[in-house]
Design a binder for this molecule. Structure first.
Ligand code: SAH
Length: 364
């Protein structure tokens, strides 16, 4: 059983929480190269080191029976959509919390959308996870394991190499800074995914953005903007009360100055709320000034929020206005809607198991 204290995880909850030195320490009497062998197996496509045939049988047995080498994620359910090219997992963690992971297979890339927390304390009104509340932070290992499991599925089912990781599942990654930054580091160093293909998406936690700047790694930073009017944005994203639009814009400029990477600006199009011509004008100006790239997506329906998403035609019209005003824009495709695996529809901890709880999240 994992132990938690003030949101910090005190015990190992996934074999991916082990550092290479921890592996050696847990196998006293074994030659030094065993730890490297096991480490390599864990990160080179063999999720369970107990299945490593080059290890002596007795050691395989020892690993198989040790909780420290156990997985952190138990598959509760796996759902497929879009003809099998979108896969959603519902995982149970060691303490019973439930999280979700979504894999999207495209012809030339495979992207996994990972959760960074069980639930979320940001309480964004239009987001199913925000509606369900916060349970706890995930550990580095629990985040990394989602990527490993999705990568092995992509390899086995469509012979594809996982190419992109987005921190856009459940949770606010920059409110769980320690695990997010450690997991992103492991994903690039051990799983060979370039930091540029790792996207960290935030409501705009400015101190977290500044900490990320100080790491000087070329991750992709996505900011969930959705409105450029502070009152409207606060209504949608309560956290805007603390870090408003001006503070976010300043941090985003500093990010680009420090890393040379342009910021992605996320905009979920809501009918009559943020898809009017004046919204397009304001957003285009804002994006141009920041040299940011706009990602549009229609708002997905969630049980607890009445606003409806703009129609595909309205999104296309909005995108055209942005382009005409000189902004750089992508309209994101909407994967996984029928398995509730689309943006903002992940709510496993609350709806699947009835375990949601509300609490404020400490900044890790
Ligand atoms: N907490 C982080 C990451 C998780 S949410 C963040 O807010 O960025 C990932 C993205 O999905 C965010 O841009 C979020 O605003 C968006 N989103 C949430 N609910 C949505 C919904 N119902 N429809 C469309 N996008 C949604």
């Amino acid at each position: 059983m994992a132990m938690y204290c003030g949101g910090y995880i005190l015990a190992l909850v996934s074999r991916y929480d082990l550092a290479e030195a921890d592996i050696a320490a847990k196998l006293p009497g074994q030659p030094a190269f065993r730890a490297r062998q096991i480490w390599d197996a864990m990160y080179r496509g063999l999720a369970d080191p107990a299945g490593l045939s080059s290890l002596p049988l007795s050691l395989r047995g020892e690993i198989a029976s040790s909780a420290d080498f156990g997985p952190g994620l138990e598959e509760v359910r796996r759902l497929e959509d879009d003809g099998g090219s979108t896969v959603k997992w519902l995982w149970r963690l060691k303490d019973g919390a439930v999280i979700e992971t979504v894999l999207m297979l495209y012809p030339r890339r495979a992207t996994v959308c990972v959760s960074s927390q069980a639930g979320c304390a940001m309480a964004c009104r239009f987001c199913a996870t925000g509606q369900a509340g916060f349970l706890r932070h995930l550990s580095r290992g629990e985040i990394v394991e989602q990527v490993v499991r999705a990568a092995s599925y992509a390899k086995d089912h469509s012979a594809q190499r996982l190419s992109n990781v987005v921190f856009m599942g459940m949770g606010e990654p920059l409110a769980n800074y320690r695990s997010t930054s450690a997991a992103a580091g492991t994903i690039s160093a051990e799983l060979g995914i370039s930091p540029r293909r790792i996207t960290i998406s935030t409501v705009g936690i400015v101190p977290g953005i500044r900490r990320l700047i100080s790491e000087a790694k070329p991750y992709t930073l996505a900011i969930s903007l959705h409105s450029l009017d502070n009152d409207t944005r606060t209504e949608l994203i309560p956290q805007n009360r603390i870090y408003g639009i001006d503070a976010i814009a300043e941090a985003a400029k500093d990010w680009t100055k420090a890393t040379g990477r342009r910021v992605s600006l996320e905009w979920a199009c809501m009918k009559g709320v943020n898809d009017r011509p004046e919204d397009a004008g304001q957003l285009a100006r804002f994006a141009r000034e920041l040299r940011g790239h706009i990602n549009l997506i229609p708002l997905n329906p969630t049980p607890g929020w009445p606003a409806t998403g703009s129609s595909p035609q309205e999104v296309a019209g909005f995108a055209q206005r942005l382009l005409d005003a000189g902004a750089s824009v992508t309209v994101r495709d909407n994967r996984g809607t029928s398995i509730a695996g689309a943006c903002g529809q992940l709510a496993g901890a609350g709806q699947a198991e009835g375990t949601a709880c509300s609490a404020t999240t400490p900044m890790a």
